[in-house]
Design a protein around this ligand. Structure first.
Ligand SMILES: [Cu+2]
Length: 350
């Protein structure tokens, strides 16, 4: 009974803080999305590596608080919501960057951006209001790929790790430490691994992206099929696009201000002509996808090949940095991708 009261109180406080829900959320549902996932692959590919004993941090410390939340009351979809993000640099100066994020629970979840060498402590709160789940002490987590972490930050259930449930219940938060150690630069998925099943409720919307920028501060950019090096600071826009089986769902980030805008399903992306932009594609579905952006070529990461299409299997990722030149469409050109209408505008403004 006390738990019920606490939850009701927490819920009322929490909802009273919410701004009115924007209508564009409805677009997300109007397509009757099912977010299918390859559950086995999630487990097999969940390769967040173990941190070696204790690597000295050379970068900033991030303190993050996130909620796992219902996306809309009455709907059975879930999403992560950013509550707090503070960054403390090596000189001890702390900056609160929470205002860069949407105040809503969003899909994909907040994009967490770190530099190679940074460490993040992320506390997750379970705010999925469902009386049944109180009884079951339903557990929600953050499981990340690509960066280093100790055992306790795996974000899995005792069923999998044989030791403990590593997640937040309605009465207890859980804190994870992610170490963006040297060598972990890249774009990585994070997702729930504990809710409803031992593979988590990723299929309900609990997934997001982690971008670890290289310590060098440099990226390879493609322009007219030629590649060169440029600085990270020259990038104007980041587009995080999760590639599901029947939709793209994404976030647009203004790299200069850091502001993150949820743009939802098959969004129209915008850029200024001549500006540098970066696409972060993460495949989540069960199908093979073929990402295409007609009129553009780019260097396939890790090779010297210039490509104009990229095949992606479930949970593969692909990062494309280009100079925006002409408007185009991004799309999934597989047979099922085309038949599902997986296409969106890339508008380049003069
Ligand atoms: Cu995973």
């Amino acid at each position: 009974m006390t738990q019920l009261f606490n939850m009701a109180l927490a819920k009322s406080i929490y909802y009273s803080k919410l701004a009115p829900r924007p209508i564009r959320l409805n677009r997300f549902y109007s397509k009757k999305i099912v977010l299918p996932i390859l559950i086995v692959a999630i487990s097999l590919f969940s390769f967040g590596t173990k941190a070696s004993a204790q690597e000295a941090s050379t970068g900033s410390q991030h303190r993050i608080e996130m909620f796992a939340d219902k996306l809309i009351e009455g709907e059975d979809y879930l999403a992560y919501r950013m509550m707090l993000h503070e960054v403390t640099d090596q000189n001890g100066n702390t900056t609160d960057i929470t205002s860069r994020y949407s105040i809503e629970a969003i899909v994909p979840g907040p994009t967490i951006i770190m530099d190679e060498g940074d460490v993040a402590d992320i506390t997750l709160f379970n705010r999925v209001p469902n009386p049944d789940e109180i009884l079951h002490q339903e557990n929600v987590s953050l499981h990340v790929h690509g960066v280093h972490y100790q055992f306790h930050s795996d974000g899995t259930l005792k069923y999998i790790n044989l030791a403990e449930d590593q997640g937040a219940t309605l009465v207890q938060s859980y804190t994870y430490r992610w170490d963006a150690a040297p060598g972990t630069a890249g774009t990585w998925p994070y997702h729930d691994h504990n809710m409803n099943t031992h593979n988590g409720a990723e299929d309900k919307g609990l997934f997001g992206a982690l971008i670890v920028n290289p310590a060098s501060g440099n990226v390879t950019i493609s322009r007219g099929g030629n590649s060169s090096n440029t600085t990270l600071s020259s990038i104007q826009k980041e587009y995080v696009l999760y590639v599901l089986d029947d939709i793209f769902v994404g976030t647009e980030i203004d790299s200069q201000t850091g502001e993150q805008t949820p743009v939802w399903v098959n969004p129209t992306l915008t850029a200024q002509r001549g500006s540098n932009v970066r696409f972060h594609l993460i495949a989540l579905g069960t199908n093979l996808s073929q990402f295409s952006l007609p009129g553009y070529g780019w260097v396939d990461a890790g090779t010297n090949f210039v490509i104009s299409e990229k095949a992606m299997g479930p949970l593969e990722k692909h990062v494309v940095t280009i100079q925006a030149d002409t408007s185009s469409n991004y799309m999934n050109t597989t047979f099922s991708g085309v038949s599902q209408g997986m296409i969106g505008r890339f508008n380049v403004n003069p």
